[in-house]
Design a protein around this ligand. Structure first.
Ligand code: IPD
Ligand code: CA
Ligand code: CA
Ligand code: CA
Length: 265
């Protein structure tokens, strides 16, 4: 598969960071870890991967701005372009030796997502998408799952971090969804949750309390795999609100409706 120059730049940065993560994953007990908030950890591995991505992307596209989980916003001379980067999505899994984590890199041009890469180094799975060009896993074209009934669907979700004021809302949502679907999963890395929906491995997904870097690349994967997305209010403010519901057209509609249902006794 011939990739565009832009995707090549992103893939190179993601894979180089992925190799650094794989090395650190092999000796996770030696890493320095600190806490950003309750249940929210950051390690040397996150920062090393972020430094690699920052250096690679700055070299390849001087002047583009950044939004990165650990550095925050970094303004560039070019205000038309912004990289949105999570250097290690799934830090909790990573620190516990669970091989479900990823590098996530997206590019916004004039406020619109135009390219996205999610790389899971432990499985060597590379997800790529460019606006209008389809979504791929390694060389395979992706398509969201075709199941249309919630009762057949496996749905992914995210559990809000300890200390985030969203637990009550989550439990209501979970109870509503559990009554309708065939199975629920919680991978612990939102970028991979979205990649799995794009790949048709999971039929749908929802989570609230996310950040733009968790979802920007995965959102484009889903759109380019023929899927549907909205925030929890049915709008398109996923990056700003950090809430997201996804699936094929029918699952997205059914899931969004189920999530909003008031709880029955
Ligand atoms: C987290 C993961 C997790 C989600 C959390 C995120 P991090 O990202 O994506 O699945 O539930 O809300 O913060 O901190 O491991 O990059
Ligand atoms: Ca984090
Ligand atoms: Ca993340
Ligand atoms: Ca992260």
């Amino acid at each position: 598969m011939a990739r565009s120059a832009l995707l090549n730049v992103m893939v190179q940065a993601a894979m180089k960071a992925g190799r650094s993560l794989s090395r650190d994953f092999g000796e996770v007990q030696n890493l320095q870890v600190s806490m950003k908030g309750p249940g929210d950890y950051v390690s040397q591995a996150d920062r090393k991967a972020e430094d690699i991505i920052f250096t690679e992307l700055s070299k390849a596209r001087p002047g583009y701005g950044f939004l990165m989980e650990e550095r925050g916003a970094v303004a560039g001379d070019d205000d038309q372009h912004r990289w949105i980067v999570d250097p290690l999505d799934g830090t909790t899994n990573f620190l516990h030796g669970i091989p479900i984590f990823a590098v996530s890199i997206a590019l916004e041009r004039q406020g619109q997502l135009v390219a996205g890469v999610v790389y899971n180094p432990a499985m060597d799975e590379l997800y790529t998408a460019e606006r209008g060009g389809g979504a791929f896993m390694n060389d395979r074209r992706l398509r969201v799952a075709a199941r249309t009934k919630l009762s057949d669907a496996v749905i992914g979700c995210g559990v809000p971090h300890l200390g985030r004021p969203l637990h009550g809302q989550f439990l209501v949502e979970l109870r509503n969804v559990m009554g309708e679907v065939s199975g629920i999963r919680r991978l612990g890395a939102a970028s991979l949750d979205l990649a799995y929906v794009a790949a048709g491995r999971m039929d749908g997904f929802w989570e609230v309390g996310l950040s733009a870097w968790d979802i920007a690349a995965g959102m484009l994967l889903i759109r380019e795999a023929g899927g549907f997305l909205s925030d929890m209010d049915g709008g398109q403010d996923m990056l700003e609100s950090g809430s997201l519901v996804a699936g094929n057209e029918a699952i997205h509609r059914g899931l969004a409706k189920t999530l909003k249902r008031p709880i029955k006794g």
